[in-house]
Design a protein around this ligand. Structure first.
Ligand code: ADP
Ligand code: MG
Length: 693
């Protein structure tokens, strides 16, 4: 049971006054549905609302606070006409402008002949100063209500800065005091503040300095998060050691037949990986292995080999993917690969409901299903496996460690193979996955041509479009990626939509658009159309699914490449180069690149090696980087960033080793405080399954 002291933090966001069901679902999308989730959403910038006595042209486009005298109301006469309030700011005329104004509201708040404080962005329009939709209108003697510095948060469309701020402020007032779970030495060593003070501080930055990754209060919360994560891994491992693994038969009938039937021969790297995994599977120890390999290196075939070995040994195996599109793709792929094998393959995703779902659950339970492919749906509580022997997770870093644990806890102790396409520097794998063995596939199938990467300034776009026209006379396909900046999904979508429209005109309706606000089923439809029909270009925000395999997609254009992190660029680039046709990646950039952006683009042009690129990524990013730009592409923690917090991680690991050794069930006084921490970061499953066992 979660301790009462945490109750407030785990209330639904809708319990905050002023949040209705509509805003709740928006918040849910942005942060998660619990009050605690708001806390982990840190501001990425600040605005200073400086008081000014006068206005002049140097202030245009900045956020200011001024005193104005209200002269006249120019009421809007039809819906689209703005409502203007003519004012004077020390004798300089300025309009306060409202669109779709509620007249009584404007009238009472800006009464003629009186003075008010107005805060907002100063604009200059048709030879006159104006402020549109001021964020604050205050009585003149209320100046102190206005914070000089206001945090800015990443938002989603429908949630305004004002709403987020009001909401988080209400939450911050109600934060509980929590007993300290960090040991005294560590607190001293880093000069950490306590939890509550740290949370309050990160949400009330006073200057840009407070927004740096080095901010001690952010670091404290990062430490907490890493501690919770490592502790749950540590306790899980400790618990797991008591269970025995499953021993597969040492018999290569099926796998050899499979290898001989493949239309290609395995690369040396694949052969080696399979050899290691085979040995794992036939031993009596549980395999827990991470299979890393760049996109397109052929990890799926290795997974299928493992699953065949499970079939050979009369065990079921499961392949879990992060989205139903990917699950479907795996299902079709595997079905094709195993055409002549007479093996029962079943797919289970969130789309299976009612009768169809029940039928499938039955097939899984009675053992008819030998290979089961699916999504999260595979770990729901009512899914019972008959004899699960191998779990393969196509991870892409969206699954938590404890989702993996769920399989381990159902029935016996199956072997675990996690496939990952994000090359993670060796130093970090342990942190993220806990203690897993590692295998890397380091080469691409023979015949694959390295992708050619070019950089082009956006103002030379015309040349590119000409070139595309030629290209599209062939059957080849193009991805056009539009950037997603966290700050404004709405604007991003607008940009992508515009891009879609112009391209669609140029390319005679052969263009499709996919983005994050589409439903999963809608996305699937777009992908299907792109693959099967006569469409040439797919305009996408970064949602274009990792792992999607479109063989004749040979050109990838990334617009505003300077806004992407290296790992992200590399991941995106992996959408092409999936056949023997030469592929090209074009990085469109806006001129006047910053130093780091320049380095990133250079690295991309020079290297196709994901591991090298990942190392470079760590080098290029420095501790001076600002918050909010999570672009490392590494599995994301909420607050911690492994680029900047690896020292904390080392510290945490030592402490966790000690705790697991001395207090594995968290029974001591300090252990109880640590339980609070685990609950706070929602490691409930760790607590339930491990501490009970
Ligand atoms: P990833 O590692 O990204 O999951 P996949 O397993 O999807 O890669 O493989 C990418 C493509 O390469 C698939 O179409 C697969 O059939 C093919 N492939 C895998 N191994 C080889 C190989 N040794 N030779 C040629 N093609 C291969
Ligand atoms: Mg894959």
């Amino acid at each position: 049971m979660r301790p009462d002291v945490l109750n407030y933090l785990f209330k639904n966001i809708s319990s905050i006054p002023g949040i209705g069901t509509k805003s709740e679902s928006l918040f849910n999308k942005l942060t998660g549905n619990k009050i605690s989730h708001l806390l982990w959403h840190l501001p990425y910038n600040i605005i200073k609302r400086e008081m000014h006595d006068k206005i002049d042209s140097t202030l245009i486009n900045s956020i200011i606070t001024i005193k104005v005298k209200i002269i006249k109301h120019q009421i809007s006469r039809f819906k689209r006409q703005p409502y203007k309030v003519n004012c004077l700011c020390s004798n300089i005329p300025i309009d306060i402008v409202f669109f779709f104004a509620r007249h009584p509201y404007v009238k009472t708040n800006l009464p003629i002949d009186e003075e008010r404080l107005i805060s907002g962005k100063l604009e200059y329009f048709r030879n006159k100063y104006q402020i549109t939709h001021p964020t604050h209108i205050l009585d003149v003697n209320n100046a102190d209500v206005l914070n000089n510095v206001e945090p800015i948060y990443g938002l989603t469309s429908g949630i305004t800065q004002k709403l987020f701020l009001k909401t988080i402020e209400k939450v911050l007032i109600n934060l509980p005091d929590l007993d300290e779970w960090i040991d005294e030495d560590t607190i001293k060593k880093y000069s950490f503040n306590n939890w509550k003070k740290s949370v309050l501080s990160v949400h009330k930055p006073l200057s840009k300095n407070d927004l740096l990754f080095s901010n001690i209060n952010r670091r404290r919360l990062a430490y907490d998060e890493l501690l919770a994560h490592q502790l749950s891994i540590g306790l899980a491992k400790n618990y797991n050691q008591k269970k025995k693994g499953i021993k597969f038969v040492n018999n290569k009938n099926l796998t050899e037949k499979f290898i001989n039937n493949l239309p290609f021969s395995l690369t040396e790297s694949q052969n080696k990986a399979w050899g290691i995994i085979y040995d794992d599977l036939i031993s009596s120890n549980q395999m827990v292995r991470l299979l890393q390999g760049d996109v397109g290196c052929g990890k799926t075939v290795i997974a299928v080999l493992g699953m065949l070995q499970a079939v050979e040994s009369n065990y079921q195996s499961v392949l879990m993917a992060p989205t139903s599109i990917l699950a479907q793709q795996h299902f079709e792929n595997i079905t094709k690969l195993l055409l002549n094998f007479n093996i029962n393959i079943v797919i289970l995703t969130g789309k299976d409901k009612g009768k169809s779902r029940n039928e499938k659950l039955n097939l899984i339970k009675n053992g008819y299903a030998q290979i089961i492919v699916g999504t999260h749906a595979l770990i729901q509580e009512d899914v019972f496996y008959n004899s699960i022997g191998l779990v393969v997770i196509d991870e892409q870093h969206r699954f938590g460690v404890f989702q993996r644990m769920a399989f381990t806890n159902k029935g016996k102790k199956p072997s675990l193979l996690v496939m990952s396409a994000t090359p993670i520097p060796r130093t970090l794998t342990l942190a993220i996955y806990g203690d897993m063995d590692e295998t890397k596939i380091t080469e691409k199938p023979i015949g694959r041509l390295p992708i050619i990467t070019k950089a082009l300034p956006i103002n030379k776009e015309k040349n590119l479009l000409e070139h595309l026209k030629e290209k599209l006379n062939t059957k080849e396909k193009v991805y056009w990626i539009c950037p997603l900046i966290e700050e404004s999904e709405e604007l991003d979508l607008k940009a992508a939509t515009e891009r879609f429209k112009t391209l669609n005109k140029i390319f005679n309706n052969k263009v499709l658009l996919i983005h994050g606000q589409l439903k999963e089923s809608e996305k699937e439809l777009v992908m299907k159309k792109f693959i099967e029909n006569d469409y040439s270009i797919l305009v996408a925000t970064t949602v274009v699914e990792v792992g999607i395999d479109v063989k004749n997609a040979t050109t990838l254009i990334i617009e505003h490449a300077e806004r992407f992190g290296l790992a992200q660029l590399h991941q995106l680039r992996g959408r092409v180069g999936r056949s023997n046709i030469q592929s090209t990646c074009v990085l469109l950039y806006k001129e006047n690149l910053g130093v780091n952006a320049k380095k990133r683009i250079k690295t991309m042009k020079e290297s196709n090696d994901g591991f090298k690129i990942a190392e470079k990524d760590l080098l290029i990013r420095g501790p001076g980087e600002l918050l909010g730009k999570k672009q490392s592409g590494l599995p994301t923690f909420l607050i911690a960033d492994l680029t900047f917090d690896s020292d904390l991680l080392n510290e945490v690991r030592k402490i966790v080793d000690f705790i697991v050794l001395t207090d594995p069930k968290l029974m001591t006084k300090n252990g109880k405080k640590l339980k609070n921490l685990l609950y706070l970061f929602e490691k409930d499953r760790a607590i339930k399954t491990i501490l009970a066992g």
